[in-house]
Design a protein around this ligand. Sequence first.
Ligand SMILES: Nc1ncnc2c1ncn2[C@@H]1O[C@H](COP(=O)(O)OP(=O)(O)OP(=O)(O)O)[C@@H](O)[C@H]1O
Ligand SMILES: CCCCCCCCCCCCC/C=C/[C@@H](O)[C@H](CO)NC(=O)CCCCC
Ligand SMILES: [Ca+2]
Length: 483
Amino acid sequence: MQQSTRLSFWHLPLVFYVKRCRSGGTYGLLWRLGRTQFSCPSRVLKDQWITNLRTSVKTHSPRRPNRLLVFINPFGGKKKGRKIYHSLVAPLFELAGISSHVIVTERANQARDHLLKKDLIGFDGVVCVGGDGMFSEILHGLIGRAQQEAGICENDPSVTLQPSSLHIGIIPAGSTDCVCYATVGVIDPVTSALHIVVGDSQPLDVCAVHQASAPLRYSVSLLGYGFYGDVLAESEKHRWMGPLRYDFSGTMVYLCNRSYAGIVQYIPADPVLSSPRDRTRCLSGCSVCSRTDLTGTSFVRLVCLFASPLTFPDEWVSVEGRFRCVSLTCMSCACPRSPLGLSPSAHLADGTGDLILVWDTNPLGFLKYLYRHTSAQDQFDLPFVEVHRVKAVRFSVPSSKEEEDCEEIGEPNKQKTPDSFLCGLCCSKSSAVSVWNCDGEILPITEVFCRIHGQLLHLYARGIEDQALHGCSVENEATSYIN
Ligand SMILES: Nc1ncnc2c1ncn2[C@@H]1O[C@H](COP(=O)(O)OP(=O)(O)OP(=O)(O)O)[C@@H](O)[C@H]1O
Ligand SMILES: CCCCCCCCCCCCC/C=C/[C@@H](O)[C@H](CO)NC(=O)CCCCC
Ligand SMILES: [Ca+2]
């Protein structure tokens, strides 16, 4: 950090650092700003200390940002984004000598459009103050920009996408804040701000979702069809409830007791490297993620990823039936609602995603599955649940079902609108197809082709810290702000 001009007691230099404190959960540590005042016998010695400390900070954290572009969504979560940034985050950036250009958004997609079109020279990173939806805007802007600059056609599922050179910092101010929780382990603006200040770096896998008749989308947390698609579609009607809208809509959709026909095809990842049921957790310094070979995709394998499953039947596994939900996630998807997440052993940066197939079952069975997300009980240890670690997924609906649905709504080939989802309770019609929930955004289509791109993004984070390794109040991360 930089030298202050506020205090001038040259013989009493003040050093700021990060101290860790236990959070309420099993994993994840809160970071707080600590300070220590030294007394120094001479100005010369004090100057030596400061020079040495600054050099060592620069050497050990070369990615500390100097200039950041900050986007605040004033309407995310409980609408406290502005307050959170100005009262908790801005003072820390100032103390660290980080200059920031702040944009409070006035419309959806403003941040995405800015990142796609405006001059970004001089910025080391982008800070997102909001929830998963706001983060999604920023990731679309930055990935799109990186492909534009590299002359890459991002719609082509066979190309290797270029990672963005800008890091993203997330200050949680949304409703679910899944990306923050799954990469830091706590929802705490001060902790996240300090990870930005020290210039932490956490790579992140990104799933590219290709659709035949709609633009390419990216997902890092949940790409879900069936239950999670319906919950999102229903929750959009109740945005005024704030974060509670998900609990309300979750209950309503559960009571509707829906299942959907689908064909799921996937390419399994190498089972020797890891498994979604190996009961490990991706924690800070994860050895599975650090072994990830991003260059090793062979030509044949790449061809298989975008060729029809019929062309390479050995690579693709295909299943068909009725599902309560089909979920694909590149990370655990841990969040306050589900502290271990949808797939507790998923890895943030191993180049794979976890595909969770929940086959149709009775209402009590499905409730058991959902309930297990809130505890440490294994949600995959149920006869109607399967999980696979995958590189690519295709989903389609048996053609008879799509036709049936179009007949029901009376307009040939028209996609379903979210309003027609609830059956029984709110409307009399049942729908043969659901929608996709792509990181909190509705994709009103059924057929998708998904490919996981390993480590396409970098966050100012370091993964979830293990409390057992760090203990409580370990005061060991010098942020080094010196007077
Ligand atoms: N000024 C704005 N007015 C309206 N919508 C906005 C504005 N700025 C951003 N948005 C949109 O609001 C949506 C939701 O925002 P955000 O993700 O911050 O909150 P949330 O939905 O409450 O939280 P979560 O995504 O964690 O559930 C985003 O998709 C974003 O595109
Ligand atoms: C009987 C108890 C039942 C409890 C059920 C708990 C199940 C919780 C699983 C939560 C998984 C969240 C995955 C993250 C998804 C985000 O990209 C997205 C945008 O923020 N949030 C939702 O779609 C919000 C999804 C909300 C679903 C309820
Ligand atoms: Ca992954």
